[in-house]
Each structure stands twice: as structure tokens, then as C-alpha cells.
Design a protein around this ligand. Structure first.
Ligand code: PLP
Length: 406
């Protein structure tokens, strides 16, 4: 079982105050705080071990290369990939999905071909596909969520037609907290020969992930939500799809030989890592993943389930709070509106005065907002270091909002 107080001591920022109140950080869906081991790793890398990677023949370059490359293995272990050669390092999910759009889909899809998306995707898993719609006449097919915010795998599979070339779906909604049964989607899609890209930006933070068990073709994660530095991340690409990819960005590191009229490329995955990467960010990312694995993803999931149940009970007790997404096994992410005229921005401003950090707006998920008939919600998103006492602080602050705005 996770000792949340001991764990909190690993995160120096959690001891600070905001607006004269103890910080209650509930904006983890946007980005998570960093443990001291990650901060130390970043400092150590810059202070004592910094050089560019891959091309040097000197001690520091080799050291930095070894540390950077070791992260590929760490990510492979974290995702249970079959090989570290199936891991491309990048700056986060946005880069990862754009890479698949340019490097795989653009070459494989013809006008009229279809990509299936759920209505609750983050813009990072929408806009790269809109580019293909605009530029290549690809058709986007949308699958709705039900009244509870669940996405029925059967509805996704029913949308498959003869022109379907890809399904791109989140494993965990950053707005509703809905957990999607991506394994069933992948099983069904495979029978039709349709590849599946899973946006794991949120899911990988809250639950164990096994890409081989899921059976997906692509799985994107982002370092800053996984307690690592911003500007780090990775994407799993199955061997089969990796062989079908063409380079997305060109430059140093991803080539073998460049001449005036000819070029040959490095082998994957380096073929997909052009230019100087986020060296130190990636090293910190690796330390963050090791830290999470040491705590244990099952322990993290169990603690967050307790938090979710407690928060759900407390919020359900406030009949003027309208939580969006009532899926039975949703993650500890609560997007809500309050009865009365209060705008999400006003609510978050009042909460901030009480030291409670939440997010307000469309959460980069405007198709979902359209589906819900809302322009904005307030979102409290929990992490492994949050406590039930912090839920109480949130509820007290919401009661203040209610008294001010109702
Ligand atoms: N996908 C989901 C579900 C997200 O929640 C986010 C970030 O909020 C992203 C993708 C984009 O991640 P990043 O901005 O780190 O690339």
C-alpha cells in the first residue's frame, strides 16, 4: 500500500503555500509535479554530465549517450514493449501523434480513406488527423460516448468500413476520466486489419500499461504528466508499423550518409529522432518512470481509486455540482459545472484563493464540449500524491463558490 505522506515528502513543491494557503495541486491532468529524484537527475546531468549525444567520441558525450539510450529501455519496460527498438523518444504526445500522422498515415491513406476517432479525444489526437482531412481528403469518422461518458468498443468497431485505415483513441479521457477498453478495440480492429493508435497520455499516469497485452500499433506517452520534465516523452511503435514508417523530420542523427544526390537513413528508431533531442529532459523522464515503477503502478492505481471513491462521494453530496462523466470505473478526474451562473474561470479563481489549483476551460477537447453542450468546465484531476484531506479542502472551497455565485 502506498504511504502517501512519505511520498509527498519526495515532492518539494507540495510543501509550499499559494495565496497564503497550503497548496492543493489538482491540476495533474495538465501536468504533474516533480519528485526530488527527477530534479536531482536534471541538475546532475547539467552540472556534471552534459554533452551532446550519439556523435561524440569523448567521455562526456559517451556518458550522456549511455544515459539517454538507457531511457529507451526504461520506457520499453514501463510499457512492456517487446523491444526497446520499438520506442521513439520525443518531446511528448503531441510530437508523437504528429509523427505518426506525417510519417505513417500520410503515406498510407488516400482521399476517401477513413480514420475513426472518439468524440472525447484531446486536440493532440485530432488536429494531426484534421491535417490529413484538409490536405489529403481523408475522412474523420466520430464515435460518440454514451450518457455516462463511456465509449463502447462495439460502437468503435461498428464504425469500421471498407475504407477505414486507422483508429485513434484515448485510453483515458483527460476531461471525463473515462477509461476505454482499448484492448477490445484492438482485438476487433485486428480482425479487420485496421491499425490502432492509443493516446496513453493520461492512462499511463494512473494504471499499469502493457502494450503487448493491449495489442495496439502505436502508444503515445508524455513525460511531464508522468512526473518527468516537460519536453520529454515517447511513442511505442510496433515492429510491423515501424517498418512501414518513413522519416518525419530530417536532420542530424537520423541519417547514415548524406551526399549531394543521395541519402541513406539511420535504422529505426533513431531514424525518427532528428536533431539534438531533449537530452536532459529525457534523462529526467527515465528517472521519473523508474520512480513510478518503484512505487508500483498497481499501488498508484489502488490509491487513486480510493481517492476517486472519496471524491465522488463528497461531490455527489453537493446537488449543485454537475460532474461530467459518470463511468463506473472512471479515473480520479472530475470535470464539473456548478448550478447558477458561475463561469469555470470564476470558480477556478475562487479555488485558487484557497490554494486549490484546478483547470478551467475546454481542456483541449472541443468536440467533447460540443457533445456535452458546454463551453467550459472546471476540472480537478488527482495524482498519486493527493490525499482525501485535499478532497475536503476542494469541497470547502466549492461551498464558498456556491455561496458566492448561486
Ligand atoms: N492527449 C491527452 C489525453 C492529454 O491529456 C494531453 C495533454 O493534456 C495530450 C494528449 C497532449 O500532451 P502534450 O501536450 O504533452 O503533448
Amino acid at each position: 500500500m502506498l504511504d502517501v505522506n512519505a511520498l509527498r515528502a519526495d515532492f518539494p513543491i507540495l510543501a509550499r503555500e499559494v495565496n497564503g494557503k497550503p497548496l492543493v495541486y489538482l491540476d495533474n491532468g495538465a501536468s504533474a509535479q516533480k519528485p526530488q529524484v527527477v530534479i536531482d537527475a536534471v541538475t546532475q546531468a547539467y552540472a556534471h554530465e552534459y554533452a551532446n549525444v550519439h556523435r561524440g567520441l569523448h567521455y562526456l558525450s559517451n556518458l550522456a549517450t549511455d544515459k539517454y539510450e538507457a531511457v529507451r529501455g526504461t520506457v520499453a519496460r514501463f510499457l512492456n514493449a517487446g523491444s526497446e527498438d520499438e520506442i521513439v523518444m520525443n518531446s511528448g504526445t503531441t510530437e508523437g501523434i504528429n509523427m505518426i500522422s506525417y510519417g505513417w498515415a500520410a503515406a498510407h491513406l488516400q482521399p476517401g480513406d477513413e480514420i475513426i476517432l472518439s468524440v472525447m479525444e484531446h486536440h493532440a489526437n485530432i488536429v494531426p488527423w484534421h491535417f490529413l482531412r484538409e490536405r489529403q481528403g481523408v475522412v474523420l469518422k466520430w464515435v460518440e460516448t454514451d450518457v455516462n461518458g463511456d465509449l463502447d468498443p462495439a460502437a468503435v468497431l461498428a464504425a469500421i468500413g471498407p475504407r477505414t485505415r486507422l483508429i485513434a483513441v484515448t485510453q483515458l479521457s483527460n476531461v471525463l476520466g473515462t477509461v476505454v477498453d482499448v484492448k477490445s478495440i484492438c482485438d476487433g480492429a485486428r480482425a479487420h486489419g485496421v491499425p490502432v493508435l492509443v493516446d496513453g497520455s493520461q492512462a499511463a499516469v494512473h494504471m499499469p500499461v502493457d502494450v503487448r497485452d493491449i495489442g495496439c500499433d502505436f502508444y503515445a506517452i508524455t513525460g511531464h504528466k508522468l512526473y518527468g520534465p516537460s519536453g520529454s516523452g515517447a511513442i511505442y511503435i510496433s515492429k510491423e508499423r515501424m517498418a512501414e514508417m518513413r522519416p518525419f523530420m530530417g536532420g542530424g542523427d537520423m541519417i547514415r550518409d548524406v551526399h549531394r544526390d543521395t541519402i541513406t537513413y539511420n535504422t529505426p528508431p533513431l531514424m525518427f529522432e532528428a536533431g539534438t533531442p531533449g537530452i536532459v529532459q529525457t534523462i529526467g523522464f527515465g528517472v521519473a518512470l523508474e520512480y513510478m515503477m518503484q512505487i508500483g503502478m498497481d499501488n498508484i492505481a489502488a490509491h487513486e481509486t480510493r481517492l476517486r471513491d472519496y471524491a465522488r462521494d463528497r461531490l455527489d453530496g453537493l446537488n449543485w455540482v454537475n460532474v461530467q462523466g459518470q463511468s463506473a470505473d472512471k479515473a480520479a478526474i472530475f470535470s464539473f459545472t456548478l448550478d447558477g451562473a458561475a463561469h469555470a474561470h470564476d470558480i477556478s479563481t475562487v479555488l485558487d484563493k484557497k490554494g486549490v489549483a484546478v483547470r478551467a476551460g475546454h481542456h483541449c477537447a472541443q468536440p467533447l464540449m460540443d457533445h456535452l453542450g458546454l463551453s467550459a468546465t472546471t476540472r480537478a484531476s488527482f495524482a498519486m500524491y493527493n490525499t482525501t484531506e485535499e478532497v475536503d479542502v476542494l469541497v470547502d472551497a466549492l461551498e464558498l463558490c456556491h455561496s458566492l455565485f448561486a
